[in-house]
Design a protein around this ligand. Sequence first.
Ligand SMILES: O=c1ccn([C@@H]2O[C@H](COP(=O)(O)OP(=O)(O)O[C@H]3O[C@H](CO)[C@H](O)[C@H](O)[C@H]3O)[C@@H](O)[C@H]2O)c(=O)[nH]1
Length: 346
Amino acid sequence: MSFLPAGCRVLITGGTGSFGQTMVRRLLRQDVGEVRVLSRDEAKQDTMRRRIGDDRVRYHVGDVRDFDTVLRATREVDFIFHAAALKQVPSCEFFPLEAVRTNVLGSANVIEAAETCGVRSVVVLSTDKAVYPVNAMGMSKALMEKVAQAHARNNPRSRTTVSCVRYGNVMFSRGSVIPLFIEQIRAGRAPTVTDPSMTRFLMSLTDSVELVEHAFTHARPGDVFIRKASACTIGDLATALCQLFDVPAKLDVIGVRHGEKLDETLASREELAQAEDFGEFFRVPLDARDLNYALYVSDGDPAGASSAAFNSSNAHRLAVPEIIALLRTLPEVNEELAAAELVMAS
Ligand SMILES: O=c1ccn([C@@H]2O[C@H](COP(=O)(O)OP(=O)(O)O[C@H]3O[C@H](CO)[C@H](O)[C@H](O)[C@H]3O)[C@@H](O)[C@H]2O)c(=O)[nH]1
């Protein structure tokens, strides 16, 4: 079923990343006219071009930090999914200005180009690390959300709707812990666990892209859509993978990395006080008041905040068997299991 108008053009920044590629493939199953990928790495684009083999996909080499490249890629586009980002927590701690350049200023470029070209809807990809942030990556993503919301607040007559989607950790995304643990287990080593009691939300890419589609067509300017998810401890995740690969659950505890939080928050107390609950996700509307607060006394919300945030320590906690069941739904994990069985059999 097509959720976007037939023949429309969609730009995906960071289109060669895990999230971007999932979105590209999903769009190609629909009646879209063109999917443009804007990303920095020509080699990744070439691999993707050969794998996908669909001439509706057009590749633009460029960086969201460079407004001119973004503008050129945005011409005649109807929808933008902005997924390009620096997302590794430890590396952003060492190079916070790089996070600002890509995640904040790059996002501002995308929104500005969209406004200039009359794009209908821009959805920017955010993360739970943007809520009560403690690390540079999360802080830069929090500012990116603010830039998106300020566009809505400052341009009430704009043709361009800008909204945000916010997620927890994506299972098996590039550079994340699940492929790392599998690599270690398959090499006969114990998984390197930072802190077994650390918790993270777990979400599959397939589950998550639906919310982007919803945001494209249903968002009001400045909305933040938050995908709900279950969580687990990293110790249980490592144990589940050991059990799945049939090795003893021995963990190598290495300590917390730069900038990491013990638990992540998907929706703050303040946001939940305003949020609409749609079952699988929350919608947090824009606070569209201007700076004349005295005019809004009767609109004020005396509660101001809900009693608890939605975080990975109070969300539904997956037990080891549930984590195993979830891991088995991932094609990448099944491929790794099949490869490990082949090695055993040979
Ligand atoms: O060797 C390791 C590496 C990581 N972890 C732990 O595993 C969890 C997940 O780590 P990831 O590196 O996979 O993910 P992060 O929580 O650090 O988040 C990062 O990866 C996510 C991928 O889903 C998002 O991209 C996010 O924006 C990005 O910061 C964390 O608790 C981390 O401490 C370990 O136990 N051992």
